[in-house]
Design a protein around this ligand. Structure first.
Ligand code: C5P
Length: 408
C-alpha cells in the first residue's frame, strides 16, 4: 500500500507520550498520520505537540463546528486505512465493547469500516480484571485486533502486564499488520516450518563449531509466509540475533541433532505443510564432547578433534514427511547450478534455491540476495532466475513459487 493512512487515537494514560514517537516513526515509514484524542489524552499530552509532529490538525471534539467544517468525524472515519488506538484505556475499551459513541474516538470507531488495532495500556490489576479481559475478547469477536501490552515495571510502581509497548515495537506490529492485510493470502491455511541461522556443535562446555549464517534469509521468508497467511514456526540457531517476526512461533536450538528433533516434533505430513531449510547446518559434530574445558598444554603444539557426520535435516525430513512440500537452499562458490540440481535429487526436494556466496554482496549476512531456483522434474517447470534484490523481495518471489507448486 502506498502511504497508508493511519488514524491514531490517543486516550488518557501516562503512556500517551509514547504516541508522539509512534506518530513520527509511522511517518518515517511512509505512512500519513492523523490524530484524534480524548479529553483524557489531552491531560497527558497536548494536541499541539501531535499537530506539530504530524503537520495535520488534531481532532479532539465530536461536536465542534470548526472541525466539522474541515474534516468531520464521518470523513475521518472514511479517510483511514487503519485506526490505531494507542494507548487505549480501560474506559475506552469498555465503551467500544458496548457500542457507546459519546466522544470522537468511540464514534469514529463505530463509523469506520477500516480495521481497528487496540493497544491496551493500564495498571496491571486493571488489565488482569475479568471485565477488561471480557471486553477485549468481545472486541476481538467483532474483528478488532489487540496489540498485547508488555509486562514489566509500571509508572505506578506495580509490576505486570499492561505497559504500552515501546513505539518501535508498536510501529513494527502496525506495519506487519498492514503488510499482511494487503498481501494476497496465497498460503492461507498452510503450515510452514523454517530452519534458520547456524547450528552450533559443542567442543567442550565453552567452545563450539559454527558458521557465519545470520538467519536473515530464513527470517525474510518467515515474514513473507506470514504475510501470505501461513502459520509459521521458525527453528532458529541460538546465535540468530534477529527479532521474531510478529505472529511467528520461534524455537531456539543449538546443535543439528536438536534442530532435527524439534523440526520432527512440529512437522505434519500433509500437503498443506511446507518445510523450508535455510539453516546452515554444521556438516560435522565433535565425536566426543569434552566434559570440561580443554586446556592448552605446554608439550603439544596441536590439537586434533575427531568429527563425525551430522544428520542431514532436510534429507531426513523429506524422507519422513513425503506429503509435505520440501524447499532447500544451496550456497555454493563454484558450479552453482549443477550442485543445486544434484541436491534437489539427492534430498528428494520439490524446489531448491541456489546462490553464489563467492559474491560478497549477496552472501552471508548481506541484505541482498540473487538466486536461481530449480524445481523437481514432476512439475515440468523451467528454472527461474531471481535478479539481485533485497532478501525480503526475493522471499516474496520464492513464496510465490511455493504457492504455485502447491496448486499444481
Ligand atoms: O548439502 P548442503 O549443506 O549444501 O545442502 C543445503 C541444504 O540442505 C539447505 O537447505 C540446508 O538447510 C539443508 N541441510 C540440512 N541439514 C544438513 C545440511 C544441509 O538441512 N546437515
Amino acid at each position: 500500500m502506498n502511504s497508508p493512512k493511519i488514524l491514531l487515537a490517543i486516550t488518557g494514560g501516562i503512556s500517551a507520550y509514547k504516541s508522539a514517537v509512534l506518530a513520527r516513526l509511522l511517518m518515517k515509514q511512509g505512512c500519513v498520520v492523523r490524530v484524534m484524542m480524548t479529553d483524557g489524552a489531552c491531560q497527558f499530552i497536548t494536541p499541539l505537540t501531535l499537530q506539530a509532529l504530524t503537520g495535520h490538525e488534531v481532532h479532539t471534539a465530536l461536536l465542534d463546528e470548526h472541525a466539522e467544517k474541515g474534516m468531520g468525524h464521518i470523513e475521518l472515519a472514511k479517510w483511514a486505512d487503519v485506526v490505531v488506538m494507542a494507548p487505549c484505556s480501560a474506559n475506552t475499551i469498555a465503551k467500544l465493547a458496548n457500542g457507546l459513541a459519546d466522544n470522537l474516538v468511540t464514534t469514529v470507531a463505530l463509523a469506520t469500516t477500516a480495521p481497528i488495532l487496540i493497544a491496551p495500556a493500564m495498571n496491571q490489576a486493571m488489565f488482569a480484571h475479568g471485565i477488561v479481559q471480557d471486553n477485549l475478547s468481545k472486541l476481538q469477536r467483532f474483528g478488532y485486533t489487540i496489540l498485547a501490552p508488555d509486562s514489566g515495571e509500571q509508572a505506578c510502581g506495580d509490576v505486570g502486564a499492561g505497559r504500552l509497548p515501546e513505539p518501535e515495537n508498536l510501529c513494527e506490529r502496525i506495519l506487519a499488520f498492514l503488510s499482511r492485510t494487503n498481501s494476497p493470502q496465497i498460503l492461507h491455511h498452510k503450515k510452514v516450518i523454517i530452519t534458520a541461522g547456524a547450528t552450533a556443535e559443542p567442543i567442550d562446555p565453552v567452545r563450539f563449531l559454527s558458521n557465519h549464517s545470520t538467519g536473515k534469509m530464513g527470517f525474510a521468508l518467515a515474514r513473507a509466509c506470514l504475510n501470505a497467511g501461513a502459520d509459521v514456526t521458525i527453528v532458529a540457531g541460538k546465535g540468530v540475533n534477529l527479532p521474531t517476526p510478529t505472529g511467528a512461533t520461534r524455537i531456539t536450538v543449538g546443535t543439528a541433532d536438536e534442530m532435527l528433533a524439534v523440526c520432527t516434533s512440529v512437522m505434519m505430513d500433509d500437503a498443506d505443510t511446507i518445510f523450508i531449510a535455510t539453516a546452515a547446518v554444521a556438516d560435522y559434530k565433535v565425536a566426543h564432547v569434552a566434559p570440561h574445558k580443554i586446556k592448552k598444554t605446554s608439550n603439544q603444539d596441536g590439537l586434533t578433534l575427531e568429527l563425525v557426520k551430522n544428520p542431514d535435516i532436510l534429507a531426513t525430513m523429506s524422507q519422513t514427511f513425503p506429503s509435505a512440500l520440501m524447499v532447500g537452499f544451496a550456497a555454493e562458490t563454484t558450479d552453482t547450478d549443477n550442485y543445486a540440481k544434484g541436491k534437489l535429487i539427492a534430498k528428494n526436494l520439490d524446489m531448491i534455491a541456489v546462490n553464489d556466496v563467492s559474491d560478497k554482496t549477496i552472501g552471508f549476512g548481506s541484505d541482498d540476495n540473487a538466486m536461481t531456483v530449480f524445481f523437481a522434474d514432476k512439475y515440468a517447470k523451467d528454472k527461474q532466475v531471481l535478479a539481485k534484490a533485497s532478501k525480503d523481495t526475493i522471499a516474496i518471489e520464492l513464496v510465490g513459487h511455493m504457492a504455485k507448486l502447491l496448486q499444481s
